[in-house]
Design a protein around this ligand. Structure first.
Ligand code: DGY
Length: 331
C-alpha cells in the first residue's frame, strides 16, 4: 500500500484547481462526462472518492469496493451516504460544513423574497407579452419586512437566515428545532423556540432548513400545510423529501397557502408535475450554495479531507472522527 499512490475517483466534474491538487498526491480518475453514474458504474477497488450530494454510497457499494478508505463530499448534506455502514467498514466520511453557510442563507432569503413578492410569476407574465396596463393589485404579494419568519431547522444556515430576517428586515423570528439554541445565540436574533405546529400556524414566511433523515421525511405534508395561514409562503432549501411535494402542489393549486419557493425536490432532478403547472411557485435547480467562490471552497474542503484521510492526517471535517483514533494506517 505504501509504495503505490491511492486511486481517487472524482465522481463528478469539478474545478481544475481541485483536481490538480489531488493529482499531486494520488492517481486520480475523473468523470469527464459529468454523467451521474449509477452505482454499478462506480469503479471497483477505488480507495478514495470525491462525491457531491447526489451519489449514493451504501452498503452494496461499500461491499463492492473493499479497498475504499475515504468518501469525501463537497456537500454539507450527507443523506446520500450511509454513515453507519461506512464507519462499520472503517471508511472515513467527510462533508463540507460552514463554507457554504452564508451563500446558502443569501439564496434562501432571496428565494423567500422572490416567492413573497411573486417575482418569477410576474416575470413570466411580462415575457409572455401579457402586460398591457398597470393595475393597483397586479402581482400584489406579501411583505417580508416586519413579518414573522418561521424557521424549521435552526442549524448554521437557519441561524444565518434568521440574522438576515431580524437584523436586515425587522422580522420576528420563531423557530422549531429538536434542541433549543443557547440563550446567547437566541438573544441577538430575538429568536423564539416554538412547537412545530405553532411555527406553522404563526409564520408568514416558513423557511425549511432541516437536514433530511427518516425522521424528517415528509415533515411538511397535507396536515402541516393545513395549519399554515392562507397568506403564508413556504421556502424549501433543505432536501427533497422533507416536504411532501404532491401535498404541496395540491396546497398551491387550491391556494391553501399563497406561494412556495423550492430549490430541492423529491426524486430530483425530476420535479412533481403538479409543481410545474401551478403559477404560485418559484422553482430553482438545487443551486442554493452555487456561487463560484463558495463552490470552490466546498470543493477544496473535500480535497483537504481526501488528502488527509489517505495520507494519515486528520481530515478537517470528518463525520466519523472516531475512526481516526483507531490509528488508521497511512497510504
Ligand atoms: C449541500 O451542500 O448539501 C447542498 O445542498 C448541495 O448538495
Amino acid at each position: 500500500m505504501a509504495d503505490r499512490k491511492a486511486v481517487v475517483l472524482v465522481a463528478r466534474r469539478t474545478f481544475d484547481d481541485a483536481i490538480a491538487r489531488l493529482r499531486e498526491h494520488f492517481e486520480v480518475r475523473v468523470n469527464d462526462d459529468d454523467a451521474v453514474w449509477p452505482q454499478d458504474e462506480l469503479i471497483r477497488r477505488l480507495q478514495g472518492v470525491y462525491i457531491t450530494g447526489s451519489e449514493q454510497i451504501d452498503a452494496t457499494l461499500l461491499d463492492a469496493c473493499p479497498d475504499l478508505r475515504a468518501v469525501c463530499s463537497m456537500a454539507v448534506g450527507y443523506n446520500n451516504v450511509d454513515l453507519p455502514a461506512c464507519t462499520a467498514r472503517g471508511v472515513l466520511v467527510s462533508n463540507a460544513p460552514d463554507v457554504l453557510t452564508e451563500t446558502t442563507a443569501d439564496f434562501g432569503f432571496a428565494l423567500m423574497m422572490a416567492t413573497a413578492r411573486r417575482i418569477s410569476e410576474s416575470e413570466h407574465f411580462l415575457r409572455r407579452g401579457e402586460w398591457h396596463k398597470w393595475s393597483y393589485d397586479m402581482f400584489a404579494g406579501s411583505d417580508v419586512h416586519g413579518s414573522t419568519l418561521g424557521i424549521l431547522g435552526m442549524g448554521r444556515i437557519g441561524q444565518a437566515i434568521a440574522r438576515r430576517g431580524h437584523l436586515g428586515f425587522g422580522m420576528r423570528v420563531i423557530y422549531h428545532n429538536r434542541s433549543r439554541l443557547a440563550p446567547a445565540l437566541e438573544a441577538p436574533l430575538a429568536a423564539q423556540w416554538v412547537e412545530k405546529d405553532a411555527l406553522l400556524q404563526q409564520a408568514d414566511h416558513l423557511v425549511i432548513v432541516v437536514p433530511y433523515s427518516p425522521a424528517s421525511h415528509h415533515a411538511i405534508g397535507a396536515r402541516e400545510l393545513g395549519l399554515m395561514k392562507p397568506s403564508a409562503t413556504l421556502t424549501n432549501i433543505a432536501r427533497g423529501g422533507v416536504v411532501d411535494d404532491a401535498a404541496l402542489a395540491q396546497a398551491l393549486a387550491t391556494r391553501r397557502i399563497a406561494a412556495a419557493g423550492l430549490d430541492v425536490f423529491e426524486g430530483e432532478p425530476q420535479v412533481h408535475p403538479g409543481l410545474l403547472t401551478v403559477p404560485n411557485v418559484v422553482l430553482t435547480p438545487h443551486i442554493a450554495s452555487a456561487s463560484i467562490p463558495t463552490r470552490l471552497a466546498m470543493s477544496h474542503l473535500a480535497v483537504d479531507n481526501l488528502i488527509a484521510a489517505l495520507s494519515g492526517g486528520r481530515p478537517p471535517t470528518a463525520l466519523n472522527p472516531e475512526l481516526l483514533n483507531r490509528g488508521a494506517e497511512p497510504a
